[in-house]
Design a protein around this ligand. Structure first.
Ligand SMILES: [Ca+2]
Length: 105
């Protein structure tokens, strides 16, 4: 377990390391770079190897649509999507509104 800080080396005797994250200390969404240098028992250091890990939001947001229950005939009104929310580290950037016609049920 290790909390990585940008451009700060962490040295271990182990060949694996956990990148320790939590919801309150997340790694930003996007392409994150990591580097490894290995050192042998004579102190010789390797050339660095680098990888990119994509931190992704794969969880869909939830739409919550609010509207007045009753509106006077011929009067404008407002639909409200502000209680919609996203999980997975992302944010809502687009609202798609559709009038579905009369409720005949
Ligand atoms: Ca999401």
């Amino acid at each position: 377990m290790a909390e990585f800080v940008i451009n700060t080396d962490i040295t271990t005797p182990d060949p694996t390391i956990e990148v320790t994250l939590s919801p309150d200390k997340p790694m930003p969404i996007g392409r994150q770079r990591f580097r490894l240098v290995v050192v042998d028992d004579s102190g010789n250091a390797s050339a660095p190897d680098e990888v990119i890990v994509i931190i992704a939001d794969t969880q869909a947001p939830t739409a919550v649509l609010g509207a007045p229950g009753t509106v006077n005939f011929g009067t404008s009104f407002t639909l409200d999507g502000r209680k919609s929310f996203d999980v997975g580290g992302g944010k809502i950037v687009k609202y798609v509104w559709t009038y579905l016609g009369p409720n005949l049920g």
